[in-house]
Design a protein around this ligand. Structure first.
Ligand code: UD1
Ligand code: CA
Length: 487
């Protein structure tokens, strides 16, 4: 198998029927209506940029090397964000409209028979639908196939006007009219252009130079290719999407929020169908790429972010925010835990209010309790750090007890140093461990010690001032005070 085939998305298969297809993704526009300093296609919904959603769907149909993103506005940033996907890029230096954008792909598409055009701002498109457009387009020998929909509110979209025969609409398209150019009763037309099309490459580039900027925006509209190709006696067809939700576009912040909510609702529905319990799912924010195994329970107001992966039979209690973590089976996360780039092994218990920072690894059956912060720290099997503790740059063995208020002093203002705590160590409460330092296997540290030197295995270390009891001191003090008041 070639590298290209291996890259062909999670299903791992590139469809041979669409092998002559390239996919072009329009992503060069500025996104003026978002009023943002950042390119529109890099705005995230459900934890992934708009463009990444589109590229993920496209990669299920053709290998990434056959996907061309047309970039322009802040193109370097867009390219960098998508670089790791293996897709290719075509530059549109000046953004003179969607038709002008597709014109730039002429050289890149040399050798392909067909191109499927997707919009970087139409992120809910499903691979199945892309495939349906390709199949319909090929089966009917069309020069252009337009994916259409009839949403409740068509405002803002281009409208598709079909050819009628004996008062009946056919599959053939007469023209597309943009919202701004609608006149009279044309505004009542509810069938919209999704911005997703298939083109036969040869007629597309034979006629694309006929596009003009004769419209109010002074742009080359790709939508005008419908009329241009029809005049050239080429076949232009419309195919209606089964679900109009899938082709909703993002032009405004409101639409961004609406699509984010739709995608998250879909995600929780899929997880529940696959065996995860989610109570009050509408209060949970679960990113598109999160994975959860069966019989795990997610309580209200939980956020699961990025590439978080959770095993089976876990319980994630309310108000926990878990980012890019790997959690095993039977893990209990009590309320209010904040976790990032951490690994938690089977049967561990966390919280309430634990803070696992990047590089934390919590061993099987280990406990991390309230107001415990860990960073770049490995806590071994069945070890416990239950209260008010900071563990940074530490390697902690199995069956260790870390007393309340223990602090690793891992930073001297310039460098970070390591603390090693071997199996079976007992660290008394309120201990400070000044790194670099090591506590040998089975050793014991007296409470309130400030440990600056290594402790040998099985030894007791006590590092604090000795206690002095002054007999009768308090009673004498009180008597003195009473005497002073009287005089
Ligand atoms: C477009 C369609 C409209 C359709 C709607 C569906 C045109 C003229 N209109 O309108 O019929 O109903 O999509 O969502 O095509 N882009 C470039 N280069 C440019 C201009 C735009 O790459 O020069 C990219 C944008 O980044 C965006 C996509 O093309 O990803 C669509 O552009 P946008 O301006 O959002 O078009 P709409 O007004 O939504
Ligand atoms: Ca748009």
């Amino acid at each position: 198998m070639t590298k290209q085939n291996l890259n062909a998305g999670s299903s791992g298969k590139a469809k041979p029927t669409t092998a002559t297809f390239a996919i072009a993704v329009l992503a060069a526009g500025k996104g003026t209506r978002l009023k943002s300093r950042h390119p529109k296609v890099l705005h995230p919904i459900a934890g992934k940029t708009l463009l990444a959603h589109v590229v993920a769907a496209a990669s299920r149909i053709v290998p990434p090397a056959h996907i061309f993103a047309i970039i322009g506005h802040e193109g370097d940033r867009v390219r960098e964000a998508l670089q790791s996907t293996g897709i290719r890029f075509v530059e549109q230096v000046e953004q003179r409209g969607t038709g002008h954008a597709v014109k730039q792909t002429r050289d890149a598409l040399h050798g392909y028979e067909h191109v499927l055009v997707l919009s970087g701002d139409v992120p809910l498109i499903r691979p199945e639908t892309i495939e349906r457009v390709c199949d319909f387009h090929i089966a009917n020998g069309a020069a252009m196939t337009i994916l259409t929909a009839t949403p409740d509110d068509p405002t803002g979209y281009g409208r598709v006007f079909r050819k009628y025969v004996d008062l009946h609409p056919t599959d053939e398209v007469d023209r597309i009219i943009e919202q701004k150019s609608l006149s009279g009763s044309e505004g009542e037309q509810r069938e919209i252009n999704s911005g997703i099309y298939a083109f036969a490459v040869e007629p597309l580039f034979a006629h694309i130079d006929k596009l003009t900027t004769d419209n109010s925006a002074r742009e080359y509209y790709l939508t005008d290719m419908a009329a241009v190709l029809r005049q050239a006696k080429e076949k232009v067809l419309a195919l209606r999407a089964n679900d109009s939700n899938e082709v909703l576009g993002v032009n405004t912040r409101l639409e961004l929020a609406e699509l984010d909510a739709k995608l998250r609702a879909k995600k929780t529905r899929e997880l529940m169908e696959a065996g995860t319990t989610i109570f009050r799912p509408e209060t949970c924010d679960i990113d598109a790429d999160v994975e959860i195994s069966a019989d795990t329970v997610i309580e209200p107001f939980v956020q699961l972010i990025g590439r978080t992966k959770i095993g089976s039979d876990c319980r994630i209690r309310s108000y926990s925010v878990i980012t890019n973590c790997e959690i095993g089976n039977n893990v209990l996360v009590r309320p209010g835990c904040i976790m990032e780039d951490a690994v938690v092994r089977d049967g561990a218990e966390l919280g309430p209010y634990s803070h696992l920072r990047p590089g934390s690894e919590i061993g099987e059956g280990a406990h991390v309790g309230n107001f415990v912060e860990t960073k770049k720290t490995k806590l071994g099997k069945r070890s416990k750090a239950n209260h008010l503790t900071y563990l940074g740059d530490a390697v902690i063995g199995e069956g260790v007890n870390i007393g309340a208020g223990t602090i690793t002093c891992n930073y001297d203002g310039i460098s970070k140093y390591k603390t090693v705590i071997e199996d079976g160590v007992f660290v008394g409460s309120d201990t400070t461990l000044v790194a670099p330092v090591a506590l040998g296997k089975g050793s014991y540290v007296g409470a309130a010690s400030c440990i600056t030197e290594d402790v040998p295995p099985d030894a007791l270390a006590v590092a604090r001032g000795r206690q002095v009891n002054k007999a009768n001191w308090a009673a004498e003090k009180r008597q003195e005070r009473v005497a002073a008041k009287k005089s």
